[in-house]
Write a protein that binds this ligand. Structure first.
Ligand code: BDR
Ligand code: CA
Length: 306
């Protein structure tokens, strides 16, 4: 599957990118970056660092939006992902640089070049995707599907009682994407809160894959501490890798088809609401998951990495 991951790395973004690097059924055509867990420039640096660590320095990185479409800029979520986005791991400058094209233009060009084949997996706020849709009326027809880590129909939020973080950080963009006519799949908290990665899982990753699994284990301590303190959980939600796995293996998920509206103001801002009367085309929302199957697949494939 030809794939571009739109990302704000981020600990679970790193897990998703390493999973994609290990998965023989994914051809990673690029990473596009976005503000969210970190600023957009930090996201670009981190994306380059992850690709270089995985030996994928030839995969291009295109830098995306610094702020939401309408809302004022958000501070990065450093309390969740650490000062540099990788928990306690200090920054290291990458060797490579981003391409000389912004994320939306890169997405548009790649969707044209791989018409009907490109799967876009946004695992951060949806600003770049909305801009690509607005800039190129053919973008929607050119992409095969857009599989998003974001939203929550019944689970409640993780950044407010109503909203999941990626949608909350740019609800206007998310609302453009869910009604844009593309084949959209939402992989949100209804399923990602059912797949936890515990300290023992990270220990196993490091044992099987000392370099890259070890890097994830080093990053995980800060992230897991956040989950323990805020949610009382002994593990972190496997958010972003679940979206990548849903793209290639939808059979592991139970999917509901329903039109979705994103609340863009008030206390519910960022909530994804099922609205059969909206007149919108349905999107696919993952509502249940074979958690063990997804986690086992993640662990097995990650073990293929050095
Ligand atoms: C999402 O928000 C970010 O903190 C994670 O990287 C993930 O993409 C989970 O709500
Ligand atoms: Ca993310």
């Amino acid at each position: 599957m030809k794939m571009i991951i739109d990302t704000d790395p981020g600990v679970d973004d790193a897990m998703a990118i390493f999973y994609a690097a290990a998965a023989s059924d994914i051809e990673l055509l690029g990473l596009t970056t976005i503000f969210g867990n970190v600023t957009n420039t930090m996201a670009t640096r981190n994306a380059l660092r992850l690709l270089e660590a995985a030996g994928l320095e030839d995969v291009p990185v295109a830098e995306g939006a610094a702020k939401p479409l309408v809302l004022p800029p958000f501070p990065p979520s450093l309390n969740v992902h650490g000062d540099e986005g990788f928990g306690d791991i200090p920054a290291a400058e990458p060797k490579g640089k981003a391409v000389d094209e912004d994320a939306a233009d890169f997405l548009i060009r790649m969707a044209r070049a791989h018409k009907g084949e490109l799967v876009v997996c946004p695992i951060g706020p949806l600003t770049n995707i909305a801009i690509a849709m607005q800039r190129d009326p053919d973008f929607v027809a050119n992409v095969k599907k857009i599989v998003i880590m974001g939203g929550s129909l019944e689970e409640g939020g993780n950044i407010t009682p109503h909203a999941e973080a990626n949608i909350y950080h740019d609800p206007h963009a998310a609302d453009i994407v869910v009604q844009g006519g593309a084949k959209v799949v939402l992989v949100g908290l209804d399923v990602t809160h059912r797949i936890l990665c515990t300290p023992d899982d990270f220990e196993a990753m490091a044992a099987q894959s000392p370099e890259l699994g070890g890097m994830l284990q080093d990053m995980s301590h800060f992230y897991i501490k956040f989950y323990l303190e805020v949610a009382g959980l002994n593990g972190c939600g496997m958010h972003d890798p679940s979206a990548i796995i849903a793209a290639t293996h939808p059979e592991h998920f139970e999917i509901r088809e329903v039109p979705v509206v994103v609340s863009c103001d008030g206390e519910t801002s960022g909530a994804t609401l099922a609205d059969p009367d909206s007149g919108r085309d349905p999107v696919q929302v993952c509502m249940a998951v074979k958690s063990d199957v997804v986690k086992t697949q993640f662990m097995k494939r990650l073990a293929l990495l050095p």
